[in-house]
Design a protein around this ligand. Structure first.
Ligand SMILES: N[C@@H](CCC[C@H](N)C(=O)O)C(=O)O
Length: 259
């Protein structure tokens, strides 16, 4: 049985167990590690596990797992990983690192992390009469609604995520309420967590792009259950370019767990 030192971080309430895995103490191919650590009753408890590993070309590699052991890109997790890399002394206040969907840049200003996201090509944005599907590193279903505070996000989100169209790959489901031209509120059901989380970075990015395609204006301020995020980008020929996700990321505590 190995004893693992971990750190707990949160980015607008999306919480993560973060491990310095530069010595490759943990086997990144073993998804049961994420299942154990993320379990809120039998483990530490979180919306995901992040391993920080060495990389030959970039400052570090961030390896992300959902609590069910599946892998995808995580926007809030990336912002937390950047703060952790700064804490470890791997970086100062700027970085270029590798994540699940490719290379990202980030800039740290106190507790705020500005994270570059991949451009979202027009081909990854599908517009339907009632909703959008957009891939911002992870796949998102975006639906505009009113009074989202009264929604049963877990039930309605699960209905879409487990529908015939999405059951196999899964999809994250975002309910968006327009507040003004540059402000929206968002609640998200996350695949891999299979529940509502307090915030989702790739999700609010997808929602901000959908909002601008509906007549909104960038930068878009986003209110989530866990706090405020901001997304800025330019729309060029239907594609979102120069996309940045901006918001806080904080260490909550440090601990040790026996696996
Ligand atoms: N919370 C994340 C998204 C994590 C991945 C997602 N659950 C998926 O499997 O697509 C974020 O902040 O982007």
């Amino acid at each position: 049985m190995a004893s693992i030192e971990f750190y707990k971080y949160q980015g607008t309430g999306n919480d993560f167990v973060v491990v310095d895995n530069r010595s490759q103490k943990l086997d990144r191919t073993d998804k049961s590690i994420a299942q154990k650590l993320c379990d809120r009753k039998f483990g530490v408890g979180s919306d995901g596990l992040i391993l920080i590993e060495n990389h030959d070309e970039y400052d570090f590699e961030m390896v992300f797992f959902n609590p069910d052991g599946s892998q995808s890109m995580c926007g809030n997790g990336s912002r937390c990983a950047v703060k952790f890399a700064q804490f470890l002394g791997i970086i100062k206040d700027k970085t270029t690192f590798l994540s699940t969907d490719g290379v990202h840049e980030a800039i740290i200003e106190n507790d705020i992390v500005r994270l570059s996201m991949q451009d979202v090509a027009q081909s990854k944005i599908n517009s339907f009469p009632e909703h959008f599907t957009i891939n911002t590193g992870s796949p998102h279903y975006v639906i505009f609604a009113s009074n989202i505070k009264d929604k049963d996000v877990k039930e309605e989100g699960a209905n879409i995520r487990y529908s015939d169209e999405f059951a196999a790959e899964g999809i994250n489901v975002n309910f968006v309420e327009k507040q003004s031209k540059n402000k929206i509120s968002v609640r998200t059901y996350e695949r891999g967590v299979e529940n509502e989380t307090l915030s989702c970075g790739t999700g609010v990015t997808a929602c901000a792009i959908s909002h601008v395609l509906h007549g909104g204006v960038s930068p878009v301020e986003i209110e989530t259950l866990g706090g405020q995020l901001s997304v800025e980008f330019e729309l060029e020929d239907g594609s979102a370019k120069n996309v940045w996700l901006i918001g806080p990321a904080k260490n909550v505590f440090k601990g040790e767990i026996t696996l």
